[in-house]
Design a protein around this ligand. Sequence first.
Ligand code: SAM
Ligand code: SF4
Ligand code: SF4
Length: 344
Amino acid sequence: MNNLRDTSSAVATRDRLDRPLRDLRISITDRCNFRCVYCMPKETFGADYQFLERSALLSFEEIARLARIFTRHGIEKIRLTGGEPLVRRNVEQLIALLSDIPGLDLTLTTNGSLLTKKAEALRKAGLKRITVSLDSLDDAVFKAMNDVDFPVSRVIAGIDAAAAAGLLPIKINMVVKRGLNEDSIVPMARLFRERGHILRFIEYMDVGATNGWRMDDVVSAREIVDMISRDMPLEPADPNYTGEVAERWRYKDGSGEIGVIASVTQAFCRDCTRARISTEGQIYTCLFATQGHDLRALLRGGASDDEIHAAIGKVWTNRSDRYSEIRGKQTVPLKKIEMSYIGG
Ligand code: SAM
Ligand code: SF4
Ligand code: SF4
């Protein structure tokens, strides 16, 4: 196994299970222009849903300040997410602030709907690569999943715009939910193999409390690999680094690779190096955490960088989360945080 990341920084703060703090995901808005059935179902996120007030959101300056403090704990990668990060006004200004931080791998996950408008500005602001979510090539299936009648062609146009702007490599995320989009697995694999983008299949997860998750709805990574392999034979590939979320598989004919994120059937908590910052500046040490720790209060209460650094260190060194490994073996937490708030 290639341990590139484990040797690159001597300062990484470690948790109670000896896992270094390497990755930070920041949710920059809890709003989204999609209502994906597995993430922000309309029944909950309807017209009268109360999103956060603007003043509750961390400002770009606050986010950038936190990011710099986090790098002192060993953070090497920041992913901006949400909600839909591109609906946050002037997001490219935040990209410019973050891309100034030396040695940081900065990326962003988007539903692609605004990419034709934004790709060029994001690239100019300093973003180098991007992940775009797309669950099907079939309009009827995709529309049933995004639930706002958004057509596939506009996401594909967004992906093309990102490629033309040089936001490379592009990764494509596809969540697979049984009974909804299994038939899209092979066509998606075929298209993105042709286009040279890395498609990553994500097992449908029990995040949040609103998507009505059932184990029966999960199509396992194993099934997905088998399904594709029947058409286009695959073989396992080594991870790029310790703690890589996606398990890599390459086409035997050398025509590219896919990833599978088996967070349900093959939990990877033991290598989990990710912290998350919610839209209003709480730090969470697990996607399934029920409670965060308030960094915004420190930022706005006059705390020094060293004090904030110490507070983050305390949270991480106390961490022992491994929800996916113990899923089903213990009582599910009652009030899980929604993914759009905590950042996927
Ligand atoms: N709006 C952006 C997007 O959709 O790419 C970024 C935020 S979204 C919460 C981040 C990723 O989480 C997306 O790729 C989405 O498909 C995935 N996701 C959301 N809910 C999920 C669930 N219940 N299980 C697995 N993945 C999920
Ligand atoms: Fe929005 Fe992304 Fe959630 Fe879909 S997965 S509802 S695009 S935040
Ligand atoms: Fe990390 Fe929590 Fe997911 Fe396990 S369940 S991989 S600890 S975020």
